[in-house]
Design a protein around this ligand. Structure first.
Ligand SMILES: [Zn+2]
Ligand SMILES: [Zn+2]
Length: 364
């Protein structure tokens, strides 16, 4: 009888029976290795956690400071029952890691979420050679092709400046862990002060406690004068959209940052003035190049357009499989559209809308 595979897909998460640990489990377990602190990967209730050093404070903030957490640097090896585990940069958000698992010369890598563009905020993605690669594919369709971030933020800063000249406030929306810091670090603070919603500022503070240097921000409180806010920019989480909290900054122009903004109708669905196509996940080319760079024999696709992407990878010669997991949900939302998506087109009639793309923001 052949040996069990080194990693298996179980109803609790990705499991290593030899090492007796799980990777990003969604049911409570004894021993959990965590790729990153987004809520669909880092659940509460495990007995032991292993994660990267830079995930420490955010995990404490989100899961409670009483969790039993061990943190390591990238490349540091941890041994569990004869299995070697190490964490490698995933380039997704600060502290995000791919998990490399090795036993008797066989290497598996679990990507977690990743992107290949260096965002200047988190440690850039590094391909890790392996035999078996377990990859996300949130944006695994050829229509997803990101512009370089420098071009995206040149447009964002010009839009902000233009709003200031027209006496309008500016609100920019992005998820609290990852997108918000990427926005913050790329805003041109010569334009004016940067204000934050409490959910985002709590995350910023956790990251600062972890030694991350971020641009200065001002948390918005009941006492913050509206006039001051209009002379700057507000970074808000998706959960603030459409709330009285946000309406009190009127008049303003409102931009929404998401990879889904590449889809027809996405901007209108969120009532945004501006759809800013910006993602912390790899685009189509990024996914294909990252998978190729591992030199893997087998690839397993966990979340996103798994079926069509597996078909494509098989056509170009990979041994590709879709697997069922509970990942996808926090930042970008990874439920794929029911209908074939089409690129954003201002003139199109979007009767084939679906509401599946809404991500779930953390409630803390
Ligand atoms: Zn994530
Ligand atoms: Zn995810």
């Amino acid at each position: 009888m052949p040996d069990k595979p080194l990693l298996e897909f179980t109803d609790k998460g990705i499991y290593c029976s030899k090492g007796q640990f799980y990777i990003d489990p969604w049911q409570p377990v004894d021993d959990a290795v965590i790729t990153h602190a987004h809520s669909d990967h880092a659940y509460a209730g495990h007995k032991h956690y292993l994660a990267h050093n830079l995930s420490r404070e955010v995990l404490y903030y989100r899961l409670g400071s009483d969790i039993n957490l061990r943190t390591v640097a990238y490349g540091e090896t941890v041994h569990k029952n004869g299995v070697q585990i190490s964490l490698h940069p995933a380039g997704h958000v600060i502290g995000s890691a791919q998990i490399r698992v090795e036993s008797q010369g066989e290497v598996w890598v679990v990507s977690g979420d990743y992107k290949v563009e260096d965002d200047g905020v988190c440690t850039p993605f590094e391909p890790v050679p392996c035999h078996h690669f377990i990859s996300e594919c949130t944006f695994g369709l050829p229509i997803y092709k990101w512009k370089p971030q420098v071009d995206v933020f040149a447009e964002v800063n010009a839009w902000w400046k233009n709003n200031l000249e027209n006496g309008l406030g500016t609100v920019i929306v992005g998820y609290s862990l990852g997108k918000a810091q990427r926005i913050l670090q790329n805003l041109d603070s010569c334009n004016g002060p940067i204000f934050t919603h409490g959910v985002i500022e709590n995350t910023n503070e956790a990251l600062r406690r972890n030694g991350i240097v971020l641009q200065p921000t001002q948390r918005i409180t009941a006492d913050t004068p509206k006039e001051a806010i209009r002379k700057g920019i507000v970074i808000a989480p998706p959960s603030a959209v459409g709330t009285p909290w946000m309406r009190k900054f009127q008049p303003y122009s409102f931009g929404y940052c998401s990879g889904w903004m590449a889809l027809r109708g996405a901007k209108r669905r969120r009532a945004a003035d501006r759809g800013i196509i910006l993602s912390d996940h790899a685009d189509w080319d990024g996914l294909v190049s990252a998978i190729d760079a591992t030199g893997c024999e087998k690839v397993y696709l966990t979340h996103g357009y798994t079926a069509s992407f597996a078909r494509y990878l098989s056509e170009i010669g990979f041994d590709a499989h879709e697997v069922h997991t509970l990942y996808g949900g926090e930042e970008e939302g990874t439920v794929q559209p029911e209908s074939e998506p089409a690129p954003e087109n201002e003139n199109s009639n979007t009767s084939a809308d679906n509401e599946n793309l809404e991500g779930v923001e953390d409630t803390k």
